[in-house]
Design a protein around this ligand. Sequence first.
Ligand code: BGC
Length: 788
Amino acid sequence: MKHFLTVAGLLVFAFVASASGTISIYHAGPSSPSASTRQGWIDLNKNGRKDVYEDSSRPVARRVNDLLKRMTLGEKIGQLWQVNYDTTPDKTFAEKLKRGEISSFLDGSTLIETPVMRNKLQHIAVEQSRLGIPLILGHDVIHGFRTVFPIPLAQACAWEPDLFERTQTIAAREASAAGVDWTFAPMVDLARDPRWGRIAEGFGEDPWLGALDAAASVRGFQGTNAADPDRVVACLKHYVGYGAAEGGRDYNTTEISEFTLRNFYLPQFKAGVDVGAWTVMSAFNDLSGMPASANRHTLTEILRDEWHFPGYVISDWDAVNELIPHGLAANPAEAARLAITAGVDMEMVSTTYPDTLAQQVKTGKIPLSVVDEAVRRVLTVKFEKGLFDHPYVDETRCQTAYLRPDAIAQAREAAAKSSVLLKNENGALPVSKATKRIALIGPLAQDAEDLVGSWASRFHAGEVVSLADGIRAKLPAGAQLTVVRGCSIIEPGAEYLLRHSDDPGKITGHPTGSNEIAEAAALAKGADAVILALGEPRNWSGEDGSRSTLDFPGRQQELFDAVAATGKPVIVVLFNGRPLAVPELQKKAAAILEAWFPGGEGGNGVADVLFGDVDPSGRLTTTFPNNVGQVPFYYNHANTGRPGFGEYKGTYIDGPTVPLYPFGFGLAYTTFEFGKVQLEASKVKMDGMVSARAQIKNTGGRTGAAVAELYIRDLACSAGARPVRELKGFQKIRLQPGESRDVEFKLSAHDLGCYDAKGNWLVEPGKYQLWIAQDSVSGEPVEFEVNK
Ligand code: BGC
């Protein structure tokens, strides 16, 4: 386990930075251009000639071929190994680099903040190895680098895929200034189970919307040319099925039928490949019995043969070696053989490739052509990233690249757009700025650090705006804002936390004081407005952040109950990385704003919504269950043979069958009425278009954004039962009070299809239903027919 890179990571970095004197052991040269760069090309192998692979005017494929011909087997295998920089910061790196035995470094926590060290390592690789093949430096830039944006699940709730393009463009700008060439993002895993902590890192439960978000993220990271110095290579992860972990327990087994794989788990990856993502990460999990990192079907038959993916596949951390504990491989050599022949080109961290491949090639166990092909892919991406022609990063750019005003503004806008209004009774929100006495209560009221969520890369705690600070900035002089914690976010010492005793993020906090909850309730009683900030610690989601319960940790429910018992209307702001099952809130709170982990500008962005400077316009991309027993729970499920139990199949004797909040749900400060859906024609040809419209009216007293969601259902499909609803389009429109507007959707009949188990896109004649609705359970369908 290596995810100490958050709080602890900052400490480690401080140590390494101060120890940077020792780094001169590498005898690295200065990072100014060498004589040969000044000639316009780099004599990488120092033979005094411009060889084909050194010549940037030649096509990449020719450069790769030329280089491949010059490489020894050892140098080839070196290109297939990524090393964790943190584990062995000693000079063996220099020796290995000189021998061309390392392709890439992965920064656990210490390499990145400025590119100085990265350039030093690059100087050794480029100037002191025989062929001068540059390194590629990878890092997890998931939702921002120094400027932290809302977690991906939150940003997805903006229903504005371009938002990802904008935020990831900034993330790429900042990360590349620090020397990052390659991000391990976007994470495009579909997730249906909120117990799984990594639901926070993805886009939710819908493959169609998720595909748009995936493509936009790749465009944001890579731009139109990954070689641009302010762009980074993207990596689609975790291929594939990781989000289906049984029981929501991280790294667990998955069972996914080919039909479900094709229609739910693969589309986001395909969308990313289609827009040119250069790398893919193979997942930890096994997939219907075969580990994803040795799965030839997904890695070669689908990714290469069907989709023609030209880049390279990296394993997840140690995932090649983990084929042994998985019970697939008997030893490291077998693990390496299974992974590379299945299609894993580069091994992350574990050492089965460098330790065993050469011998296996020499003895004929692995054909040289398999190694060559993997190397070709790696080199192709390095050339495409421009690393051969511009191996070094400008060391001055990082002085001005972080937290620029446009980045801060974008982070604030994203935080506001990502929040979803779940309840608003009697206009409890927005809060008037003229309110005299505001009580802000809760463990997440003043806390800034938790607001960034998991994988917050290089955030500095002092740069994060807390909710208290965001609210304070809204209030005029004379207003009184009192902030109290009310209770601890968790109760330290609880038995179930002991497993995490090595991870301070999961267990820190002082226990709730004996009068703390009562005092908070008393404060609420005397206030004119009461805002409660509740949720989860940021490390309770993300990797290895699975939960068996979905309610509030610690005594937060008790705090809510005590404050609600005062009879004051309570406004709850939720900061969390997954859907929570909190039905009591829905019953008793006056208003609920789901703010997720909103990032570095979270306090400001959320305050913008709370005080009505920005209207809430987010909609859920993940179902909120009523209780943990309902999960996995998602709107786009197939029907049973015994329908009639409502939208969600099956029943429970002892609890609701419906969700707390469905996919697509979210309120505004105004209300909307959706008119009847009108179809241009109720019969459509297979090569024709379905055209549907509905009138939307703002029936409330404020301007607001409506999201018109287009769902379809195929009533009979020979490839397999289709979901009761599938999202196929949406439009977000702003309407003034009283204003009506028609939204119109045009959908080609082709788009109504699905994949069969062989991966063929199938569109069949027959009856379909269509909704234009406010969420995935409301609205009335109209029917149409597709004819041959
Ligand atoms: C995670 C990946 C991550 C990698 C490198 C793994 O543990 O599953 O998502 O990219 O580590 O940090």
